[in-house]
Design a binder for this molecule. Structure first.
Ligand SMILES: [Fe+2]
Length: 252
């Protein structure tokens, strides 16, 4: 974990430099002894485990790193045109995914990676992978980084060339929706694991479902979802409730 912590901090410093920021620009979003997450995942093949891949999603924080520990294909990422691209295992490498926190901080210059995992076909045996999720300080706030205008323009050019971004997953780290990056991360995890939310965070899950219902209604009415959920009072309520429960999420 310590090694990966160092690699992830170094890698985000390279990202900062690549987009015209000082190398230490992201350092303030990390705690001195930042907590990260790592898990070992088994995807059974098409026998009993059929359908146990992972649906399209974006990771939460700044960056995550995946070791594909067996030779199976299965990981796919979505490009700007909306096409799913295979990410076959390459020995001695890690796959790096950009998280929604980084997209929020850079105003979309670093677009979060939409990805999914397909289960191995029957008879291929189980696929194993080991993802490392770089943590971020719970209290880190949504900020707009000073990404130079010429770099922002490059991103706009890419989108213009491809006719906009086609993405199967909604971007949920909208500024104004949640107070802190850590809070947005917690809500994203509850949204991804509603069974865990039912048991441990029923009030927060109820808020997420209310938000989803509002967004669905706003879409139907042609309004933007962010306008429909910009209420400061609700954000404050979530902040108070989620702060004292955050430790339990970190333990699982
Ligand atoms: Fe992921």
């Amino acid at each position: 974990m310590r090694q990966m912590s160092g690699i992830s901090t170094f890698f985000t410093s390279l990202i900062a430099e690549a987009i015209g920021l000082p190398a230490d620009a992201f350092d303030r979003f990390f705690d001195a002894d930042q907590q990260h997450k790592l898990k070992i995942v088994k995807y059974p093949d098409g026998g009993d485990g059929v359908g146990q891949g992972v649906g399209p999603h974006k990771d939460s924080m700044l960056t995550s790193y995946l070791l594909q520990a067996s030779a199976h294909r299965g990981l796919q990422a979505q490009n700007t045109a909306g096409e799913w691209i295979d990410c076959p295992p390459v020995p001695g490498t890690l796959v790096v995914a950009i998280g929604q926190g980084l997209e929020a901080l850079t105003g979309g210059v670093c677009a979060s990676t939409t990805h999914r995992v397909l289960s191995p076909a029957q008879g291929q045996g189980a696929r194993y992978s080991i993802p490392f999720f770089q943590g971020v300080s719970y209290d880190a706030r949504f900020e707009s980084m000073d990404v130079p205008e010429e770099v922002r323009a490059l991103r706009r050019d890419v989108l213009a060339l491809s006719g906009g971004r086609r993405d199967d997953v909604e971007f949920t780290f909208v500024k104004g929706r949640w107070g802190h990056l850590g809070e947005a991360t917690l809500m994203n995890r509850i949204k991804s694991h509603p069974d865990v939310g039912e048991r441990w965070y029923p009030q927060l899950l109820a808020q997420i479902r209310a938000q989803q219902a509002e967004e669905a209604e706003a879409k139907t009415n042609g309004a933007t979802s962010s306008q429909s959920f910009a209420g400061q009072t609700r954000t404050d309520q979530v902040s108070r409730r989620s702060k004292h429960t955050d430790g339990r999420v970190a333990c699982r």
